[in-house]
Design a protein around this ligand. Structure first.
Ligand SMILES: NC(=O)c1ccc[n+]([C@@H]2O[C@H](COP(=O)([O-])OP(=O)(O)OC[C@H]3O[C@@H](n4cnc5c(N)ncnc54)[C@H](O)[C@@H]3O)[C@@H](O)[C@H]2O)c1
Length: 266
């Protein structure tokens, strides 16, 4: 039997029922990790876990609203009870519901309710997951945490103020947690994706928008969930053992050039 890069490791993937989270859960499991697929949508999380089990790999679904500390504590406890340890955390859950995001606007129109809910789900959940996962990781000599940010955390926009600020908080959280727990063997990095074409994203994109995106990326294609999943596997594995506290963009080079790249005269 082939040796996986993550044989014997245990991983939690939050937002594991979603587009990127489910791809990550599958990739980690394929590399030999036992995976807890954690999501507020317990039915979908169970479905992702079942599909992984169907491939002969190991997974379990866990329902939790990760904006709430008792749910976070229970999800970590359930994972450790089930598998006996915890080595990897992909901190990936976020509010992506388009109705909710349509209310995340310019600051003059932004309600406190939208701001608070965004911070609770996108940022507080990642802090709480670190808080409860790290003691379990340290018990076995350390681990790897991969936080999910967004290119929206690095530049301003006319909309989605709360989303961008919540993800900027994730960038800073990563550096603090990496600094606080590095000597205990815990590495923490942030993935900063540009647009990733999940099924849900694809359903909202017009041909015109896809064409514009194609011009903004330097690659001949736009990224998909498996591109992120491959990076998570690398950051979870010992191959990345000297990388911590970093923000790593995965955006087809979108953030690395001025707007002229991809012009018709290229
Ligand atoms: N897809 C992109 O283009 C893109 C770009 C930049 C960053 N990201 C980030 O990648 C991550 C995954 O995004 P996606 O596109 O796969 O979205 P998605 O909507 O498919 O997945 C998000 C998952 O998080 C879950 N979730 C929401 N609130 C939760 C809560 N309180 N507790 C537990 N789970 C909760 C949802 O149920 C969903 O399954 C997010 O952090 C997102 O901000 C995505």
């Amino acid at each position: 039997m082939a040796v996986g890069r993550l044989d014997g490791k245990v991983a939690m993937v939050t937002g594991g029922a979603g587009g990127i989270g489910s791809a990550t859960a599958r990739a980690l499991a394929r590399e030999g990790a036992s995976v807890a697929v954690v999501d507020v949508n317990g039915e979908k999380a169970a479905h992702v876990a079942e599909a992984i089990l169907g491939t002969g790999a190991i997974a379990v679904g866990v329902q939790a609203d990760l904006s709430e500390e008792p749910d976070v504590a229970a999800a970590v406890r359930a994972t450790v009870t089930h598998y006996g340890r915890l080595d990897i955390l992909h901190n990936n859950a976020a509010l992506t519901d388009s109705d909710f995001l349509s209310r995340d606007t310019k600051v003059t129109e932004l309600s406190v309710e939208v701001w608070e809910r965004t911070m609770a789900v996108n940022l507080r959940s990642q802090m709480l997951m670190c808080k409860h996962a790290i003691p379990e990781m340290v018990r076995n000599g350390g681990g790897s945490i991969i936080n999910m940010s967004s290119g929206a955390s690095l530049k301003g926009d006319r909309t989605r103020t709360a989303y961008g600020v919540s993800k900027a908080g994730v960038n800073t959280l990563t550096m603090y947690v990496a600094t606080g727990h590095g000597k205990q063997g815990v590495r923490v990095n942030t993935i900063v994706p540009g647009l990733i074409i999940t099924d849900a994203v694809r359903a909202h994109l017009t041909e015109h928008m896809l064409e514009g995106l194609g011009r903004a990326t330097l690659t001949p294609y736009v990224g998909e969930p498996d591109d992120v999943a491959n990076l998570v596997v690398f950051l979870a594995s010992d191959e990345s053992r000297y990388i911590t506290g970093q923000m790593i963009a995965i955006d087809g080079g979108m953030s690395s050039h001025v707007g002229s790249a991809g012009r018709d005269d290229d």
